[in-house]
Design a protein around this ligand. Structure first.
Ligand code: GLA
Length: 409
């Protein structure tokens, strides 16, 4: 039996023992008559709030610019530009980090040109800055890269997990290509168990794209820390909005340690306007999505930095209650989303998908905050504050999103 399952079972036995002892001591029989237990969440202690960090894929794909010096430079930029202070922690590498073949012992080999000093050297560099390091492979015979792919983890789960742990990997993105038609749950559970057996806490990101039935969000909670709900995002308004809406009805599946993942951020890659990138970042935070920067932040513009380091928006994403926003109302290309927050506040996002500005309105009671004669509103982009007796309304530019934090009293 793998370690985390064993410790889960031990804990559950312990809980039962405590309940029985309580009963024996003459207390009420609370705890013995509760409903059937829900499948236990993955118990690896990480990603209690959505993971924040960087992944090179959206910026580089497999270009030669993806290499050791880039990854180290990104880690430097985390510190130099204040991304670490804003909460970004994981420096993750994606596909194309490996040589096309395993070595004679069956181990994965870092690409000799991109990573001449190996992966551990990069992970050590990242760790020395107080950051964490992530890697990628696929739950198939090969990874996804169109050039034929690199060796995947299917049937090599234990060996690969062990190697990753020995390199100091803190995060694994596990893709879905070349899966040979093997059942998704079987493939993703095999790597979960292999990671647990290493004894190293590793964020486990399932990248199954919501492709097969039953959908990954219905079985992902005890398996991974996050699961991709969509195909790949591209740096375009239509793609980003499409990914958003696929997540509209999935709020019930998100919570501390297990998140819906609408794919990585495109902010800073140049294919959307500043207004559109603010919408992208705002809504990813409302969805409690992983915030993985997908642009090369070594030379991030001031505008890109102001979006990615908006700590008021980040606070919504990182809220400890871990609730994903739900739709309050929608009509004519406008949508109102509300997100419950740990301190009793609500965040409300007013999204305008139209090509002209619209006034979008809701009320405090509609977003779940009734019962007060007055409310404070903070606009989390302009930083303007105001009070209202209940109505919440804004003129929202084309493709824009206004986000308020709403507080009673
Ligand atoms: C798939 C994933 C992407 C990326 C590429 C790498 O398409 O969904 O996020 O990892 O593979 O090849």
């Amino acid at each position: 039996m793998q370690r985390s399952a064993r410790s889960r079972r031990l804990r559950s036995c312990l809980a039962t023992a405590i309940a029985v002892t309580t009963v024996a001591a003459g207390a009420l029989t609370v705890g013995l008559t509760t409903a059937a237990p829900r499948a236990a969440a993955l118990d690896n202690g990480v990603a209690r709030t959505p993971p924040m960090g960087f992944n090179n894929w959206n910026a580089t794909h497999c270009d030669a610019s993806f290499n050791e010096s880039m990854v180290k430079g990104v880690a430097d930029a985390f510190i130099r530009l204040g991304f670490k202070d804003a909460g970004y922690t994981y420096v993750n590498i994606d596909d194309c980090w490996a040589e096309p073949s395993r070595d004679s012992d069956g181990n994965l080999v870092p690409n000799r040109t991109r990573f001449p000093n190996g992966i551990k050297a990069v992970a050590d560099y990242v760790h020395a800055k107080g950051l964490k390091f992530g890697i990628y492979t696929s739950a198939g015979t090969k990874t996804c890269n169109a050039g034929g792919g690199f060796p995947g983890g299917l049937n090599h789960e234990k060996q690969d997990a062990k190697l990753f742990a020995s390199w100091g990997v803190d995060y694994l993105k596990y893709d879905n290509c070349n899966n040979q038609g093997v059942d998704a749950q079987q493939r993703y559970k095999a790597m979960r168990d292999a990671l647990a057996a290493t004894g190293r806490p590793i964020v486990y990101s399932l990248c199954e794209w919501g492709q097969t039935n039953p959908k990954v969000w219905t079985w992902g909670e005890p398996v991974g820390n996050s699961w991709r709900t969509t195909g790949d995002i591209s740096d375009k308004w239509s793609s980003m909005i499409d990914k958003l809406h696929i997540n509209d009805d999935l709020a019930q599946y998100a919570g501390p340690g297990h998140w819906n993942d609408p794919d990585m951020l495109e902010v800073g890659n140049g294919g959307m306007t500043t207004t559109e990138y603010r919408t992208h970042f705002s809504l990813w935070a409302m969805m409690a999505a992983p915030l993985l920067i997908g642009s090369d932040i070594r030379d991030a513009s001031a505008t890109t930095q102001s979006i990615l380091k908006n700590t008021d928006i980040i606070a919504l994403d990182q809220d400890t209650l871990g609730k994903q926003a739900t739709i309050v109302s929608s009509s004519g290309g406008t949508t109102v989303y509300a997100k419950q927050l740990a301190n009793g506040d609500r965040a409300v996002a007013l999204l305008n998908e139209n090509s002209s500005s619209k006034t979008i309105s809701t009320t405090a009671s509609a977003i779940g905050l009734g019962g007060s004669s007055s409310y404070r509103l903070k606009d989390l982009w302009s930083k303007a504050t105001s009070t209202t007796s209940g109505s919440i309304s804004a003129s929202v530019p084309a493709h824009g999103t206004v986000v308020f934090r709403v507080t009673r009293g």
